[in-house]
Design a binder for this molecule. Sequence first.
Ligand code: FAD
Ligand code: NDP
Length: 653
Amino acid sequence: MTTTGHPIPEIDPQRLAVVRKRYAEEAQKRLRPEGLAQFLPLKNAREERLRSLSEDPWVDHSALNARPSPITLNATYKFFVLGAGFGGLVYAVRLIDSGLATPDEIRLVDAAGGFGGTWYWNRYPGLHCDVESYMYLPLLEETGYVPKQKYAAGAEIREHAERIAEHWGLTNKALFRTDVKSAEWNEKTELWTVNITEHRGPHAAPIDYEIRAQYVYLAAGVLTRPQVPRIPGLSSFKGEMFHTARWNYEVSGGSQSDQRLTGLRNKRVAVIGTAATAIGVIPEIAKYAKELYVFQRTPAYVKPRNQRVTDVEEFKREVAYKKGWQSERQKNWNRHLTNSVIPGTKNLVGDGWTDMPAYSAILGSPSHGVIDASPKNLEQHATNFHTLDLPHMEAIRSRVDELVKDPDTAAKLKPWYPSWCKRPTFSDTYLSLFNSQHVHLVDTNGQGVSSATSKGLVVDDTEYPVDIIVFSTGFQAPNARLGSPAARTGVTIVGRNRLNLDDKWVGNGAATLHGYATSQFPNLFFSGTAQATITGNNIWMLSLIARHIVYIISTSERRIESGKRAIIEVTKEAEETHTREILKRAPYFSAIAGCTPGYFNAYGEAASVTDPDEKKKRARGSTWSEGTLSFLEYTGKWRDDDTLEGLKVTPAK
Ligand code: FAD
Ligand code: NDP
């Protein structure tokens, strides 16, 4: 199939050089020697006041305590799934639909008090998906559900997770409020021994369970542990504070279904952070707060959202017009993001993601080939991407001037980094809010909030007295500890020969077959992007992962004599072969190295690494550089061979 990368525009090299110099200066200004340690994951906070900010505000302990437990002590389950977000759900659905499992053979376990993962925890006002809901919400064809708006609200997305659980008989197969602590491969039973603790609320003792499982899937997500910056003096603050991922409606007033934040009337509210979450929540706070102070370290780049209510007839006629429409839509959209549009094809989604081909610097693209790592080549590669990106980022900066009246405020709201350094944000109201008398931009010139006092926040020598602090400061970076699946889940995972997964991953770098399984850890699978593919639409990616893993398990089971359990293990050679393919392509991602710090580049951690061996170790964790559709072709070819090459499949003794 012929695809074409977007033509590289003609741009005056001097103009480009000036912008690149500014990008580099702005990134440099933000680099902090403490790197990822500048943040405190709330769950690990020593102080009770901060630790309590990570507690579950939504859980209904009495309802859950009244339910019969889906887990029995010492029982054996065929499929154990860590995580009841969309990753866990789409995997369970695939297991059922493929005939591999009945719902009763599956157990999902989650620290949350219900289904939805991200969409369970995050309920802040203004929350919506940022990719079109028709493509983001999974299994729309199977459930017949029509999203109410082009960008569904958070509650609607959570309800869809519950709908899926209900539709596939999984509602009573999930144990909630439960931490998975360890999973250990037992050579004798040839099963995983999993230790979990169910927290039953303040008036009931927790229950520890040890169970066994034939297959374990880690669907633990990536943005699950809310964090705050380590701001000196924070605990002395006398007002209210909370994190957006645990929104406190008792303080703000309203609820997820009634977003009238009447508790903020007459209040001075501070929001720290100006990324994707902040862009959604700030306009809602501004409707009610007496004064709103927005503490900015790095401006987001904000594109128009163009939200609209779904016209059901139009949806049926133009979106869901044939079987397989959702997959077609996801792929069509992905071609734009990976700069590989087929000439003459219609842009089905036509949103703000599809006019930024240079974002493919982080997602991969088949249009740039495999990049040779010579310095000259890498410089040309980066120049190509910056050239491709410049008109887009200039339009974004001009939009700020169009919408923000005060030139000084407008200047501070302009993002000086290329599009691929941060996730884009979308809002029709955020920028113009800064024309309101009661909304104050406190720009910290890339340095962040200096300290806190009993009365408020301090930047440089100025104290800003406030009543409420809202942390919109994100989550523990998924690439901490090189993105080890064990570290991401907080689970101690021990495979054959007592090998600890975290040690294996951090010691030598990633080594997997296709990103989802690794040698010495039989029958263990995980979701992730390292050595696999990354897409802008995370749920689509989770669905692709589920399909691949379920193919592996079902094909393996067919090769085993009936009545026996299958033991599936990646061979050492296969993971090294796959790693070589990843390493070969890793130089493509070199343009990310100079990015402004953020969770995409582990707050600049990677750029500070100079040791060649350490660099190579990190490069092993790259994603597939030629984009999702190319990765699907690569894994699809492997599946078509139908030989399970690189997997050792044996019957349990
Ligand atoms: P999650 O939804 O994070 O679910 C993982 C679950 O695992 C969590 O509930 C967690 O409690 C549980 N868990 C983890 N470790 C343990 C453990 N040790 N024991 C027990 N339970 C554990 N992506 C998009 O593509 N589009 C969007 O519009 C979008 N919007 C987002 C908005 C917000 C506010 C955030 C934070 C993320 C957003 N994302 C978006 C990314 C989003 O996380 C994914 O789209 C997707 O929902 C992830 O699903 P998941 O099942 O992989 O992980
Ligand atoms: P992020 O990690 O993207 O942003 C954290 C924000 O806090 C940044 O603006 C950061 O600034 C700022 N910050 C950190 N430390 C300080 C400090 N000391 N002083 C001042 N500001 C500080 O978290 P989000 O929750 O916004 O988003 C995480 C991801 O979740 C997104 O990338 C997206 O994938 C997803 N998401 C999607 C949404 C959607 O619309 N559907 C909505 C929300 C999230 P700096 O940039 O300088 O580090």
